[in-house]
Design a protein around this ligand. Structure first.
Ligand SMILES: Cc1cc2nc3c(=O)[nH]c(=O)nc-3n(C[C@H](O)[C@H](O)[C@H](O)COP(=O)(O)OP(=O)(O)OC[C@H]3O[C@@H](n4cnc5c(N)ncnc54)[C@H](O)[C@@H]3O)c2cc1C
Length: 360
């Protein structure tokens, strides 16, 4: 009998692991999924015949291995031999798989999309760019304050740079920090900038600076007359024809066709282990019925905090004490007539909820 790998979660990570194990052939994956659907936060929910994506996922990776993995599941339908995809300032060319790929409707489309942030009741390019639109949106008064506080930060930087706030204020000035970073970072990470370490900022924002942004804007100005429609702002990316969930439904189908098992509405509540080795997982169904299944290996994609809490025997108290996780709430709008949603709307900075956008 093949060794059993219990996989916790049928999201992208769990299903990728399951399919790779099926392809390898030496082990038997059994996936436990707490919900009744595959795809995790990359799933597509169906409502009254409409498909809604929990987050409009762009399929873009710097890794050829990852791009090819996706393409093998859902080939790229495009007339040209190669297409250029772009995401957050990075561009790359990839080979397409022709029109034959679309026969069963299992295809990746190449989509162009302009992403913008709705902020201060105006649309800003996302990622933020220093261009005519941004300057006009900020207005002369705020720009003056930005210029002044930036100069101030350059002349009198905070000496003791301990928090992300110190780091950002020193790099961008107080006004830019308050405009674009403060609320946004707290909203995304759930922790105020003053409580995040400066090293974290240095790692993530290392390439970004006001001088670089101005240089970039000047370079752009030479090549594009109208900054609002500069092609560098328009991203193109791969998108499954029926939304991100389509990819994971197809992966799940292959896992099951290859002999693997996916058990829905089965939440893993405990992992039994002895002498440093996992021996079993404990699951519970919607009615609270518990079940224990022996496993030789466990791959977990559940929250680390819950995993540590579910270890049997318990982990030492120091383990997982500082683990925290963020929840995501996504609300969808169901329109009577087709919504003309031309771009992704993300609210940043302002403390209000965001809505998912239509795909395709
Ligand atoms: C709004 C939004 C936009 C995004 N956009 C992009 C994008 O454009 N491109 C991109 O590459 N990525 C994007 N991401 C990130 C991407 O969604 C995640 O990286 C990816 O979903 C992580 O996959 P995962 O399998 O690790 O976790 P998840 O997707 O969270 O899946 C985990 C699965 O495990 C299940 N589970 C949890 N606990 C248990 C348990 N105890 N027992 C059994 N099952 C359990 C859950 O129900 C879920 O199905 C975006 C995310 C969001 C929220």
């Amino acid at each position: 009998m093949k060794p059993v790998v219990a996989i916790i979660g049928a999201g992208p990570a769990g299903l990728t692991a399951a399919l790779e194990l099926i392809r390898d052939g030496r082990m038997m994956p059994i996936v436990f999924e707490a919900s009744d659907q595959v795809g995790g936060i990359s799933r597509t929910v169906e409502y009254k015949g409409n498909r809604m994506d929990i987050g409009g996922h762009r399929f873009f990776s710097k890794s050829d291995w990852v791009m090819n993995w996706w393409r093998e599941i859902l080939p790229i339908a495009a007339g040209d031999d190669t297409v250029e995809v772009a995401y957050q300032g990075q561009r790359r060319k990839i080979a397409t798989d022709g029109t034959a790929a679309s026969e069963r409707g299992l295809t990746m489309l190449v989509r162009r999309r302009l992403s913008r942030i709705y902020f201060l009741r105006k649309y800003f390019d996302y990622p933020i760019k220093l261009n005519g639109t941004t300057l006009a949106n900020l207005g002369p008064l705020r720009l003056l304050r930005i210029g002044f506080s930036y100069t101030w930060a350059m002349l009198f930087p905070r000496r003791n740079v301990r928090s992300l706030e110190d780091f950002l204020v020193n790099r961008f000035g107080g006004e830019l920090y308050r405009t674009f970073f403060m609320d946004y970072t707290e909203k995304v990470w759930g922790v105020p900038c003053s409580q995040i370490s400066a090293e974290w900022g240095a790692q993530r924002i290392k390439g970004l600076s006001v001088i670089e942004a101005i240089k970039h804007a000047l370079r752009q100005g030479k090549t594009a007359k109208d900054q609002t429609t500069s092609t560098s702002l328009i991203e193109s990316f791969l998108y499954p024809r029926l939304g991100p969930g389509q990819l994971w439904q197809e992966v799940a189908r292959r896992v099951v066709a290859g002999g693997g098992d996916i058990r829905f509405a089965r939440q893993v509540v405990g992992v039994r282990h002895a002498a440093g080795t996992v021996t079993a997982v404990l699951t519970t169904d919607a009615l609270g019925q518990q079940e224990e299944m022996a496993a030789d290996f466990v791959i977990s994609t559940m929250s680390v905090k819950d995993l540590v809490a579910g270890l049997l025997a318990p982990a030492p108290p120091a383990v997982g004490r500082r683990q925290d996780s963020r929840g995501t709430t996504v609300s969808g709008l169901h329109h009577r007539r087709p919504a003309a949603v031309a771009h992704a709307r993300q609210s940043a900075g302002e403390k209000r909820s965001c809505q998912p956008h239509a795909a395709g």
